[in-house]
Design a binder for this molecule. Structure first.
Ligand SMILES: O=c1ccn([C@@H]2O[C@H](COP(=O)(O)O)[C@@H](O)[C@H]2O)c(=O)[nH]1
Length: 224
């Protein structure tokens, strides 16, 4: 089985991002570029990271009216990212239009509920019920809209996978049992996320902030 770890290169510094990607490339399956990187470096930065030779996941979490998101996705299609994110809470029309505008080789996946949030954060936004139920509801919406999968935490992936066996499940908020969660609230270990049906594990700081990122990536991959 190929390596399911995508390392999150969360830095505005292109030179650092490229050096990190080079360092860990033998122990990860791809790289994830998010808003911090993209706002600083744009499409040219994405192309520079692509030269390392790993699949690129563009985690831009697009969320706007359908026309605006579709036009943004169309502009990104030239980069042919392996995976692209939009927010499920943008609604069905937005999700359908995003998928229709994407490059055919790009998996468009919907962020359900950020792993940095818990039940009380959800209640504070006016949504009643548990994070678990909210994620499963949004997973249904993403499936019905024709998306390829969702982003959810490892706490929900087992049930989401059961309800959508052909879905692609991206799981961030992944930590070793004794690892620091930081701002993440719904965390699981890499092993558990995979056992429960994750298609991809997104891991940032446990690798990028380690004194030896390559060794950190190798050690995590060895647990899988
Ligand atoms: O719900 C979500 C969606 C995306 N992310 C992204 O994943 C990484 C996680 O980084 P760590 O350093 O391993 O915490 C980061 O780029 C987030 O933007 C997420 O954490 N949760």
């Amino acid at each position: 089985m190929s390596n399911r770890i995508f390392v999150a290169l969360d830095t505005p510094d292109l030179v650092r991002a490229r050096a990190l990607a080079q360092k860990v490339r033998h122990h990860v399956g791809g790289v994830k570029l998010g808003l911090e990187f993209f706002c600083a470096n744009g499409p040219a930065g994405v192309r520079a990271i692509e030269e390392v030779g790993l699949p690129v996941f563009l985690d831009l979490k697009l969320h706007d009216i359908p026309n605006t998101v579709a036009k943004a996705v169309q502009s990104l299609a030239v980069l042919k990212p392996a995976v692209l994110t939009v927010h499920a809470s943008g609604g069905r029309a937005m999700l359908e239009d995003a998928k229709a505008a994407a490059h055919p080789d790009t998996r468009v996946v919907a962020v359900t509920m950020l792993t940095s949030l818990d039940d009380s954060d959800l209640a504070a936004t006016g949504v009643s019920g548990s994070a678990h139920d909210h994620v499963l509801r949004l997973a249904d919406l993403a499936r019905e809209a024709g998306l390829d999968g969702i982003v959810c935490s490892g706490a929900e992936v087992k049930e989401a996978h059961r309800a959508w066996p052909k879905g692609y499940f991206v799981v961030p908020g992944v930590r070793a049992a004794d690892g620091a969660a930081g701002d993440q609230k719904r965390v699981v270990t890499p092993r558990r996320a995979l056992d429960d049906g994750a298609s991809m594990l997104v891991i940032g700081r446990p690798i990028t902030q380690a004194s030896d990122p390559d060794e950190a990536a190798r050690a995590i991959a060895a647990t899988l």
